[in-house]
Design a protein around this ligand. Sequence first.
Ligand code: URA
Length: 229
Amino acid sequence: MAHCGIASRRKAEEYIRNGMVKVNGEVVTKMGAIVSEADKVEFNGKPVSIEKNKVYIMLNKPREYVTTMHDPQGRKTVMDLIRNLNERVYPVGRLDYDTSGLLLLTNDGELAYRMTHPSYEIIKVYIAVVRGYPSQETIRRLESGIEIDSYVTAPAHVNVIKQYENKTKLEITIHEGRNRQVRRMCEAAGHPVIMLKRIKLGCLALNGLKSGQWRFLTKHEIKKLKGMM
Ligand code: URA
C-alpha cells in the first residue's frame, strides 16, 4: 500500500489492523502478508492497483562482467555491482564480457522492450580502439553498411578520434543492436577491435560515472527517455 501511494507504511499498518484491507475478498489483519500482481487488493471497498516502484539505473560496466543475472560458468555478473538495491532490476540489452561502459538496468518492462526493439532505432555510441589504420574507403564502408554473416548493417556514423602505435581510436554510432555488432563490423573491415566501450545510449551519456559505479537516472533523464519513444 505504501508503494501504491495510498498511505505511509505506518498508516497502512493501522488500516490493516482496523480491517480496512481485503485481499481476494478476505479481510487481512496479518502484517507483512505478501501479495502479487495477480491478487485483488481492496482498501475501503475500492480496488488498489499494485504499481511496482519503477527504478532506472545507469551502470558503468567494467570489462570481465557478464550482463546476465546468473552465469553458469561462475563469472562475475553486473548484479554483483548493485547488491544493496531493494528493487529487482534487469539489464536492458547486453554488453559483451569484454565490453565496458553504459548499461541501463530497470524493472520497467515496457521501457526495456522499447529500448531494445529495433523499430525504435535507439542510438548507441561506442569508443572502439581497432588494430591498424582504417582508410577513408574502409570508414565509408563501415558507415554505409558492411556485410557480417550474410547480413548488411544499417548506416552508421564513424569518426576517427586519433591514430597511434598501429591502432586507431574510433567513435562509432549505430542504432541496431545485433550480437557483437561493433566487433563484427570492425573485424569484417579488416580492423579487429582491441578495446570497446559504450558511452551513450539514446539520450543517456556516461559522462563522469566511474567504472563499476552506478547511479539512479534523474527525473529529467527518465522523462527524456520516455519522450524519445
Ligand atoms: N557491439 C559489440 O560488438 N559488443 C558489445 O558489447 C556491444 C556492441
